[in-house]
Design a protein around this ligand. Structure first.
Ligand code: ZN
Length: 229
């Protein structure tokens, strides 16, 4: 079954986090040539003319992509794994999905994105408070629940749902639980159905994360860039 995004011609490989840049004024994430969705800034995309003596050069504008290289690698690896032919290995009969690595890669990508989100969102807190909070709430589960609620009065799941991504929030709860069960000795927790749900929600999770970043990480004094270490 095709997802709404596929019907609309959108792809999780090119319409989510991949084409993003940071607005240099408010730090929002967006895709050119649209104006910044938070502050409305419009970038001049016309080529610049540079003269060197009698020679004239036309230089196209260039922008640094917003994401850390790891995010690109994880997303690309997911795409490779989704397209990989299935084998005949008998351990997968009635067991875990042959494509279970798709879910493992997805959760790594999500944790990586949320790690950068909290670093950016807490950056304006005084002194060493950001580092202390991230150290105290070091697990992804505690950040999505208690840290998020302590900072904004709602959990991550509520925040995500309020932005219009309730279905993706429900999916993320499921995959978090299944991934934990997989790690703790139940490989069948990652079955074909969960792999299909991962692909069906992949673009929505990315779009929801962008909306969340633009809601919580913009208009601040310290503008943490996603590509920074
Ligand atoms: Zn902006």
């Amino acid at each position: 079954m095709r997802t709404d995004a596929e019907v609309a011609g959108l792809s999780p490989w090119r319409d989510g986090i991949v084409p993003l840049i940071h607005c240099h004024l408010c730090n929002a994430l967006f895709d050119l040539p649209a104006p910044c969705p938070v502050c409305g800034h419009v970038y001049d995309l016309r080529p610049q003319t540079i003269r060197d003596g009698a020679t004239t050069f036309e230089v196209q504008p260039a922008f640094n992509g917003a994401l850390h290289w790891s995010a690109h690698v994880l997303l690309h690896q997911m795409k490779l794994e989704v397209g990989r032919p299935l084998g005949l290995d008998s351990q997968f009969v009635g067991g875990p999905s042959q494509r279970l690595v798709v879910v493992i890669l997805f959760w790594s990508l999500f944790e990586s994105l949320m790690d950068r989100f909290y670093q950016a969102a807490l950056a304006d807190l005084p002194g060493t408070l950001p580092e202390e909070l991230l150290s105290r709430f070091s697990s992804i589960g505690s950040r999505l629940d208690r840290l998020h609620r302590a900072r904004w009065g709602v959990t991550f799941w509520q925040d995500f749902a309020e932005l219009g991504y309730a279905e993706a929030a429900d999916y993320l709860r499921i995959v978090q639980d299944r991934r934990n069960r997989f790690i703790h000795g139940d490989p069948r927790a990652i079955d074909d159905e969960l792999v299909e749900a991962t692909m069906a929600n992949l673009l929505s999770v990315q779009l929801g994360w962008i909306a969340l970043f633009n809601r919580r990480c913009t208009g601040m004094n310290k503008k943490v860039k996603l590509w920074e270490d």
